[in-house]
Design a protein around this ligand. Sequence first.
Ligand code: DGP
Length: 119
Amino acid sequence: MAEETIFSKIIRKEIPSEMLYQDDLVTVFRDINPVAPTHVLIVPNKLIPTVDDIEPEDELTMGRMLVVAKKIAREEGISDDGYRLIINCKEHGNQEVPHIHMHLVGGRPLGFMLKREPT
Ligand code: DGP
């Protein structure tokens, strides 16, 4: 069994967050350390540690994350200009919290996805 993170407590409302949305499968709350005017996290209610742990029965939940991302982006007023969705995975992906979360980031031009390594 994977160990719970702080995100499980946020989902159960045991600790405070700026929660924007919750349904039977996903929860959305603002990132504590935003990198852009809109920076929210879309999180499955079920503890799935990383993308590498996704099982076939999680397909509906993964789809719901995208459907909800679209809805929140529209509510945040960033849909027309565009935004970025990011899921970090494990060490090389720089995943800090081992409970899958999709970052929805926007509200300013975000530049290239990654800095190129100097050649
Ligand atoms: P990642 O590197 O993809 O695992 O991003 C983890 C994000 O989670 C990071 O942007 C900061 C955010 N975060 C960590 N702890 C908390 C918390 O207690 N509350 C909220 N709202 N966000 C958190």
